[in-house]
Design a protein around this ligand. Structure first.
Ligand code: ADP
Length: 450
């Protein structure tokens, strides 16, 4: 096992990793920018190192500074959390070159799945159905037009290097597709340094269903069930739940086993998530995330398996001590991502939290790094915390969620709490009857104003 883990992240996920380190008896090192001196992960870690000024590129993405922090503190492993350097294969390689372990998958797998065109090819090769679309990258506008006609409009233009909901554009007809290709190419080049694009059929009413996996890197791999992340705004998840209300056991076991088998074949190491769209009883692969995800607590609550702890264990060459058959699914869990944003305009609302009272009680978990008097800096993402609620049934879960949301106090900044208080009272949400475009419709229809 590792002696000392450096956590190359901030906010709630840094704290989440820290908790796993403490339980495993591993010393922890927090790193922080000058804007995060008062952050909770810095306060709770055994040691901390300032790695640069506020801008992420100068601090949390600053590889030389992170290497120096490892050297100063003697850390023998780095946990990247999510975002920042978590899906940077080169970073994982550089750490290895310095005899430091990267707590994540093999660099080759990060690279493979980081290129979404390669990821689609790999998924197909491994027997996973993909969204109808281009075989590889688009080489010309003419090719794109004829492919779009064959698929049927609307189509979705995607950047091979895209992520976080960026680099995707819908086109409803040929002229629009030509214009879209030009802007998408320029934007992809500017944002990701790679202008490769591909095309998918734009599905009208799918759900987003993703499978959590865990592998030991030597061909043992299992799945830990699915999460439904259909409630999204601008392709970004805001509410995640497990199990998916639209699946029966036969369907979920079949897709879970397909994915686990693919991971065994890849000899995948660590935790990962294989994402699908699910429409009219069929699954379509969209991408794989080779890291711990924001919504991992949903799976933890229903399986009672600590994913970060297992991730650290397998990264250290250990094994997970349960088989597929031992994984039991217990009840239902829902996670709400509470952001420092205006709940109607979604404008960021950084600033000082003057009152903070998180909810408690049976089945309620809050993963957050904020506290009373904490100032949310304007430099990073706007996640304030995650409210995760567990119940024996989806109905019980919703009952607890409603109560927990009403109890939650975060004053001094605007948050998306009012959005969730409205959602939990919506009939479609209560019935679990939604798809990936539902929330945009709710918001456009003035759901938050009436
Ligand atoms: P990212 O890596 O940016 O998160 P994904 O490929 O995972 O991109 O897609 C993010 C979201 O975009 C999905 O959850 C879904 O809501 C939407 N989306 C992706 N592909 C399609 C598609 N072919 N048709 C309709 N919506 C899609």
């Amino acid at each position: 096992m590792f002696d000392k883990i450096l956590i190359a992240n901030r906010g709630e996920i840094a704290l989440r990793v820290l908790r796993a380190c403490k339980e495993l008896g591993i010393a922890s090192v927090a790193v922080h920018s000058t804007a995060d001196e008062d952050a909770m992960h810095v306060r709770l870690a055994d040691e901390s190192v300032c790695i640069g000024p506020p801008a992420a590129r100068d601090s949390y993405l600053n590889v030389p500074a992170l290497l120096a922090a490892c050297e100063i503190t003697g850390a023998d492993a780095v946990h990247p959390g999510y975002g920042f350097l978590s899906e940077n294969a080169r970073f994982a390689e550089i750490l290895a070159e310095h005899d430091i372990h990267f707590i994540g998958p093999k660099p080759a797998h990060i690279r493979l799945m980081g290129d979404k065109i390669e990821a689609r090819r790999t998924a197909e090769r491994l027997g996973m159905p993909v969204v109808p679309g281009s075989d590889g990258g688009l080489s010309s506008d003419r090719e794109a037009i004829s492919l779009a006609h064959a698929l049927g409009f609307p189509v979705l233009v995607k950047a091979a290097a895209g992520g976080g909901g960026r680099g995707m554009k819908v086109a409803y007809e040929p002229d629009e597709l030509i214009a879209t290709l030009a802007t998408a190419r320029a934007e992809a080049k500017a944002a990701f340094g790679d202008d490769a694009l591909y095309l998918e059929k734009y599905l009208a009413h799918p759900r987003h269903v993703e499978i959590q996996v865990l592998g030991d890197g030597h061909g043992r791999a299992i799945h830990l069930g699915e999460r439904d992340c259909s409630l999204q705004r601008r392709y970004q998840k805001i509410w995640e739940e497990g199990r998916c209300p639209a699946l029966n056991d036969a369907a979920r076991n079949a897709i879970g086993e397909t994915v686990a088998k693919a991971m065994r074949e890849l000899e995948y190491l660590g935790v990962g998530t294989v994402e699908f769209l699910y429409e009219d009883g069929k699954f379509y692969f969209i991408e794989m995330n080779t890291r711990i995800q924001v919504e991992h607590p949903v799976t933890e609550m229903i399986t009672d398996i600590d994913l970060v702890l297992e991730q650290i264990r397998v990264a250290a060459g250990g094994d997970f001590e349960f088989s597929q058959r031992d994984v039991k699914f217990n009840g239902h869990a829902i996670e709400c991502r509470i952001n420092a944003e205006n709940p109607v305009s979604f404008r960021p609302s950084p600033g000082k939290i003057v009152h903070y009272h998180p909810p408690g009680g049976l089945g309620v978990r809050v993963d957050s790094a904020v506290y009373h008097g904490y100032s949310i800096p304007p430099y990073y993402d706007s996640l304030v915390g995650k409210l995760i609620v567990h119940g024996k049934t989806r109905g019980e879960c919703l009952m607890r969620l409603k109560r927990a949301l009403d109890e939650f106090v975060i004053d001094g900044i605007e948050t998306t709490l009012p959005l969730f208080r409205a959602l939990v009272r919506e009939k479609d949400v209560i019935d679990g009857d939604f798809h990936i475009h539902w929330l945009e419709g709710f918001l456009a229809g003035g759901g938050m104003n009436g």
